[in-house]
Write a protein that binds this ligand. Structure first.
Ligand SMILES: Nc1nc2c(c(=O)[nH]1)N[C@H]1C(S)=C(S)[C@@H](COP(=O)(O)OP(=O)(O)OC[C@H]3O[C@@H](n4cnc5c(=O)[nH]c(N)nc54)[C@H](O)[C@@H]3O)O[C@H]1N2
Ligand SMILES: Nc1nc2c(c(=O)[nH]1)N[C@H]1C(S)=C(S)[C@@H](COP(=O)(O)OP(=O)(O)OC[C@H]3O[C@@H](n4cnc5c(=O)[nH]c(N)nc54)[C@H](O)[C@@H]3O)O[C@H]1N2
Ligand code: SF4
Ligand SMILES: [Mo]
Length: 708
């Protein structure tokens, strides 16, 4: 028998936002090697340990290859059995049609998870189904994540996807809050090879200041790290703005010509002195003054904040203050500051700029954003009777039982609904409740163009890669599942189906119509990208304002009444008593939210699901490394071993999210061996950023006691 030949493929990694280029070698139907693509103009050969797990995802014996249906076994418990695609699609379409006809469209609830943004077929084809289901009960991981960024971009710049991107390679000063790119590889900031870029910043005499309640891997390589009390960043940021005004250091430069609202900002921060902020944050007033001056003095500077300042009680206020700082120091829309991208497939064109508070959730009256309600309201929208109650739940690429606040309550609520449909390759903590699971092809069996993350990248590039393996017979891509379901539902409801075009055709048309398309010297198209499998470099980010702004009159709007009112809410709340401990999260470079724990390669080594606590706190409590403690919040308790670490700010404890595997009826052999506990069993669905509705999974008040 002749040995199959080794074939070399180029592929972009879709697992996180960094979009690293990969070179993958296969022998027959086996992946034999995965490494960084040195010719990729963005990632320059960089990869993280997760890249090789693409092989594990593809080969995972637990990955579903055929649809599953849930049945009650003779013994009386539920189990999932394989069924054919046509039966599965009909079952799902029948249930959807029946629910809509009997209870109305709002009786369908839908939750889309993070990988739906990393899967371009899902992005292009969700509408094939959801155009027929215009339910108010739409939810997504956005409201456990970056919702404040969208809201502030919409209010200040006119479009929810116009996010300023830190120009790390050219800056002189970088103030970073609530982000740990060394573990996360960057977010709302596509920045592969971030370690080298941050090191280069300090090597060329620049300064990196990290503000975080934990001395993270990123803080370790910073010029300076400041601990901050969780949830108090707004005080720090508002006081920076106060000092800039007080000391006449406001210098927006060319931005002054098209910026409105400076006077209102000035008035709002007038009472918010560094001394006041020091009490709230634990950061010395003199440090706040110094950092404000450093920001103003630096030739170019960036202020950037991510998860830690978005998923807290004042997420939107923080994101607004960050943009204000960049504008009033003249660093927005400037090389070395923060800039908008000019992507080949521009998501800003022909997409909704976003909308806010056009309706509210039935239960708590939280506002919608972009026709989605906050995920923190999902349980009450399932359990509260009345018109609009969710009776059928649809999940796509999400694991909200582990990833949304009070996941345990959601786990219970999902058992009470009439029907559940999941589009997901895993039988996990969420999909175990599904009556039908529709599993898509593996990532290596479909092509990829990153529709989302080129819009957030530190350099304009474009990259398309075809599938590495043919998709097996009797399998469907995510986009085909949505298209098929959409057609079947349209037929049952007597509606016009939405035409399908394969995702690469849609991208091809968008590329040709885009800024590097048929009217340009670049002539970008899918064919051109196929001929350049490591990607095409379209250049560094450049100033683009006011032209690129989408506000009326192309103005930057800083005076946002909702945000200015929120300053009052914040100032009044900082007077309240502190809890004994505040819980924050943590990411590890070998985790990816909840869903990559089934790769043995990523899981082996030291256990990662432990509660980090400062040694002084542990000593006071009489605890040692390995003591098991009960962590209690308003909604419940979990038990965890503690690990002493002076990385932690005293009074703050940290537990990673995405664990809590091992539940009955799941099919994840490896993950279930490393079960851990779910930190979202104790995060609180009532603890949200009141302004945006975003979940506050950081800064959760908890008490600790040794397990008896
Ligand atoms: N306490 C706490 N909670 C958090 C966070 C935190 O920091 N702390 N982080 C939050 C953030 S930022 C996020 S983004 C969310 C993530 O929350 P979710 O998106 O709900 O959860 P994931 O763990 O990403 O689950 C992804 C699911 O998608 C499936 N999947 C993977 N690839 C594909 C695909 O190509 N197609 C389909 N159909 N399915 C696929 C996986 O099998 C898995 O079931 O968690 C949030 N929750
Ligand atoms: N390896 C890995 N990479 C990932 C993911 C993953 O799960 N694993 N998830 C991906 C996803 S979905 C996302 S959204 C991104 C997130 O990307 P990042 O935001 O860079 O990631 P985190 O590690 O969550 O960083 C949040 C930081 O905020 C700090 N923090 C917590 N509370 C506060 C606070 O009140 N104030 C301040 N100043 N800081 C606080 C935490 O200690 C933590 O260091 O990462 C992506 N990349
Ligand atoms: S950093 Fe992100 S994109 Fe790059 S190899 Fe790792 S998971 Fe993939
Ligand atoms: Mo996220």
């Amino acid at each position: 028998m002749t040995k199959p030949e080794i074939t070399t493929h180029h592929r972009v990694c879709h697992l996180c936002e960094a979009m690293c280029g990969l070179v993958i070698k296969t022998e027959g139907d086996t992946v034999v090697d995965i490494r960084g693509d040195k010719n990729d103009p963005l990632s320059r050969g960089h990869v993280c340990p997760k890249s090789v797990a693409l092989k594990d995802i593809h080969e995972d014996p637990d990955r579903l290859r055929k649809p599953l249906k849930r049945i009650r076994s003779k013994a009386g418990h539920y189990e999932h059995v394989e069924i054919e695609w046509s039966e599965a699609l009909d079952l799902a379409a029948d249930a959807l049609a029946k629910t809509i006809q009997t209870h109305g469209v709002d009786a369908v609830g839908a939750y889309f998870g993070n990988p739906s943004v990393h899967n371009y077929g899902m992005l292009t084809h969700q509408k094939n189904l959801f155009r027929h289901i215009r339910t108010r009960n739409r939810f997504s991981a956005t409201s456990v994540d970056q919702l404040p960024h969208h809201l502030i971009s919409m209010w200040c710049f006119g479009h929810m996807l116009l996010h300023p991107i830190p120009d790390v390679d050219r800056t002189h000063y970088f103030l970073m809050l609530g982000a740990n790119p060394i573990a996360s590889n960057g977010s709302i900031w596509t920045v592969p090879d971030v370690r080298r870029r941050l090191k280069a910043l300090t090597a060329r005499g620049g300064k990196l200041v990290v503000v975080d309640p934990r001395r993270t891997e990123t803080a370790e390589l910073a010029s300076e790290h400041l601990f901050i009390k969780p949830g108090s960043d707004a005080a720090f940021l508002l006081a920076l703005i106060h000092v800039l005004f007080r000391d006449n250091r406001v210098a927006p430069g060319k931005l002054a010509e098209f910026t409105d609202g400076l006077e209102d900002v000035h008035n709002a921060v007038q009472p918010l002195s560094p001394q006041w902020a020091s009490k709230a944050t634990g950061i010395e007033a003199s440090d706040i003054e110094r950092i404000a001056h450093e920001l103003a003095d630096a030739e170019t500077a960036i202020c950037y904040g991510r998860m830690g300042v978005s998923t807290q009680a004042y997420g939107a206020l923080c994101q607004w203050a960050i943009q204000v700082i960049n504008v009033i120091t003249g660093n927005f829309d400037k090389s070395g500051g923060s800039l908008f991208t000019k992507p080949a497939m521009d998501q800003i064109v022909n997409s909704s700029p976003g909308g806010f508070d056009r309706f509210r959730s039935r239960g708590r009256g939280l506002p919608e954003f972009n026709y989605e309600l906050p995920a923190a309201t999902m349980v009450e929208e399932i359990t509260t009777p009345g018109e609009g109650q969710i009776r059928l739940m649809f999940t796509g690429a999400g694991n909200p039982v582990l990833s949304t606040p009070n996941g345990r309550a959601l786990d219970g609520a999902l058992e009470t609904i009439d029907f559940m449909i999941s589009v997901d390759p895993a039988l996990n903590e969420t999909t175990r409740h599904a009556d039908v699971i529709l599993p898509p092809t593996s990532p290596l069996e479909h092509d990829h163009y990153d529709i989302g993350f080129h819009n957030l990248a530190i350099r304009n590039t474009a990259r398309y890669n075809p599938a590495i393996f043919d998709n097996p017979e009797d399998s469907l891509h995510d986009w085909e599942i949505f298209a098929e379901l959409g057609d079947r539902l349209a037929q049952r409801l007597d509606l016009d189906p939405v035409p399908h075009h394969a995702p690469h055709k849609l991208v091809d048309a968008a590329l040709k119509a885009g800024p590097y398309g048929s009217d340009s010297e670049w002539q970008l198209s899918i064919d051109k990208l196929k001929a350049n499998p490591s990607g095409v470099d379209l250049g560094a980010l450049e100033p683009s304002c006011p032209n690129r702004l989408k506000t009326p009159g192309k103005r930057i709007r800083l005076s946002i009444p909702e945000v200015l009112n929120d300053i009052t809410r914040f100032v009044e709340a900082t007077d309240t008593e502190d809890a004994p401990y505040r819980l924050i999260g943590r990411r590890h470079v070998r985790d990816n939210n909840s869903w990559m724990h089934n790769s043995h390669r990523l899981m082996k080594g030291k256990a990662r699901c432990q509660l980090l606590i400062h040694p002084d706190d542990a000593e006071r409590e009489g605890w040692n490394n390995g003591t098991t403690v009960t962590i209690q919040s308003r909604v419940g308790t979990v038990e965890s071993e503690i690990k002493l670490s002076d990385e932690m700010m005293p009074g703050v404890v940290s537990l990673p999210h995405g664990y809590g595997h091992g539940l009955a009826g799941t099919r994840s052999g490896v993950a279930n061996q490393y079960a851990g506990v779910s930190c979202n069993d104790i995060t609180d669905e009532q603890f949200v950023d009141q302004l945006s509705g975003n979940a506050a999974v950081n800064g959760v008040p908890v008490t600790l006691r040794a397990r008896i």
